[in-house]
Structures are given as C-alpha cells and as structure tokens.
Design a binder for this molecule. Structure first.
Ligand code: ZN
Ligand code: ZN
Length: 291
C-alpha cells in the first residue's frame, strides 16, 4: 500500500515541478517582453523628442539674436549643447543615454538641419542602441541675419522693416538711399516656384515677393551661419529679396540679401509694379529668368 502511494506521489511531484518551471519561465518571458516593449517605446519617445527640441532651440536662439542684437559664435556647437541639455532633462523609467553628436546644415537641402545622435535605452537585461540621423525643417523660423547687420530695424512677425537702418548700413554707396524703408521677409518660407527662371513672369515674381519666399543659393548663407551673422558661407544656403519702394531707374547695390550684407555689387532696376522694385545683377537676373 505505502509503495503504491509513493509511486503515485513521485509523478505528482514531477508534474508540479515542471508546471512551476513553466510558470516561472512564462513569468520571465512576460517580464522580458514587458521590458522590451518599455525599452522600444522609450527609444521611440526620445527619438520623437529630438527634432521637436531642436526646432525649439533653433527658434529660441534666433530670437536671442533678433532681440538682443547679438551673434552666436559656432552656432552648431551652441545649438547642439542646448539640445543636449534639454534631452538630458527628459525622464523615463528606463536607463536612457542620448548623445547629440552633430547639428549641421543638411548638404542636400538648405531648408533642413541634420541632427545625428546615438540613443541607448536599457531596462534590466534588455538593451537597445541605435545611431540615428534626422532632418528638421527650418521653414517657419525667423531670419536672424539682418538683425546682426543693421541697427534700429523692426519686424511685425511677417516682414522686416529697415526704416533708415539699411541706408545707414550701406553708408555712402551710390544710390544706397533707394533702400530707405526697404523690407524683406522675417520668416523662412521655401519658394514653390521652380525652376527659378519662372520668376521672369511678373505675376510669379509678385507672388514670390508678397509671400516673402526664400530660395536655394550657393552663395547665400545657410540658417546656422545666419545665426553667426554671416551672409555667405561654404554650405548650401539661402537667399531672399530685399524690396525697395523707390521706383527709380538708377542702379544700386543688388537686392539679394547676401549681396547687400556681404559683397556689395551693383544691380539694375527691375520695376515690378507701382509699388515694388528690385535691383538685380546679371547672374541673378539669369537665375530668376529676367530678361
Ligand atoms: Zn521665389
Ligand atoms: Zn553655412
């Protein structure tokens, strides 16, 4: 009788033991999968935060330049450090290490800033590491460049009003007074009229000017260099028109922003209508299809 009970008890123990092992294994698997979900969702959250924070830091930096009449030295390093500080303040229930490695003008399109970073997220034995590269559009950000060059100019959130500031900046150049009360765009917006030669048609040029669009340019400065007060740089950059309201047939410095704020070469008048005039040099006349 005792022998039979013992014989029955052994398989019961074996069954119980295996059931416990399976349960334990399942708990472990559930725990791992919970951790893994947590790690992945944290990674995604950090990743989604990087472009949002970068855009915000770029905007704040631009307003520092605009409102405090300062320029930023080594803007990509400056922006990178500020983005890193903000990223470090994010808090999660996983271990997160996010290093912003570089912030630079995107070489294929000056309307974007490229952010490179490494994100490491760990929870217990689950770890995820990824190097990522993200593009942040600069459209909608204000243009700090004119504020680094001219005193007593203002903006109404749409355009920059130079009052006498640009004439003063141009000093004694011939017919510099044509830029009395000139205006230029305040917010970066990409010109949709491509190829640029189509600007030779008056309605297109008028719409471009009224909307304050920016164009790709090999000579004009990129957004990060604009924060440093540079009108030209080695990167792919941007250019816009500075509009004159003097409908004079004389010629003066060409109205492209990087010409006014850097090279100072002459342009011929291009009178668009009873309100607006531009002065364009031969190369820019060709670029914008003006004959
Ligand atoms: Zn345009
Ligand atoms: Zn640049």
């Amino acid at each position: 009788m005792n022998g039979t009970v013992l014989l029955l008890i052994i398989p019961v123990f074996i069954l119980l033991f295996s059931a416990l092992t399976v349960l334990n294994y399942e708990n472990r698997a559930n725990y791992d999968s919970m951790n893994s979900n947590n790690v992945i969702s944290t990674f995604k959250d950090v990743k989604n935060n990087i472009p949002v924070i970068t855009l915000d830091v770029l905007n704040e930096s631009a307003y520092e330049v605009i409102e405090e009449n300062m320029t930023i030295i080594n803007s990509s390093e400056y922006v990178k450090e500020k983005v890193q500080e903000r990223i470090n303040k994010l808090s999660y229930d996983c271990d997160v290490n996010c290093t912003i490695k570089s912030i630079a003008s995107y070489e294929n399109d000056p309307f974007y800033i490229e952010v490179n970073s490494t994100i490491t997220v760990q929870k217990d034995n689950i770890k995820h590491v990824e190097n990522i590269s993200q593009l942040v559009s600069i459209e909608g950000l204000p243009d700090p460049l004119p504020f680094t060059k001219c005193d007593s100019i203002s903006h109404n959130m749409t355009c920059i009003e130079y009052h006498h500031g640009l004439v003063a900046y141009l000093g004694g150049v011939e017919n510099g007074s044509f830029y009395e009360n000139a205006t230029s765009p305040f917010i970066i917006k990409k010109c949709p009229y491509e190829p640029y030669e189509t600007h030779g048609s008056i309605p297109v040029m008028l719409d471009c000017i009224q909307n304050g669009y920016y164009h790709k340019s090999n000579d004009g400065a990129c957004y990060l260099c604009r924060l440093e007060g540079r009108a030209t740089c080695l990167h792919q950059g941007l250019e816009t028109f500075i509009i004159s309201y003097m409908l004079n047939n004389g010629s003066t410095i060409a109205s492209i922003d990087h010409v006014i704020f850097n090279d100072l070469y002459e342009g011929q008048p291009f009178i668009i209508n009873a309100t607006y005039a531009l002065f364009l040099d031969e190369a820019h006349q060709k670029k914008y299809g003006i004959k």
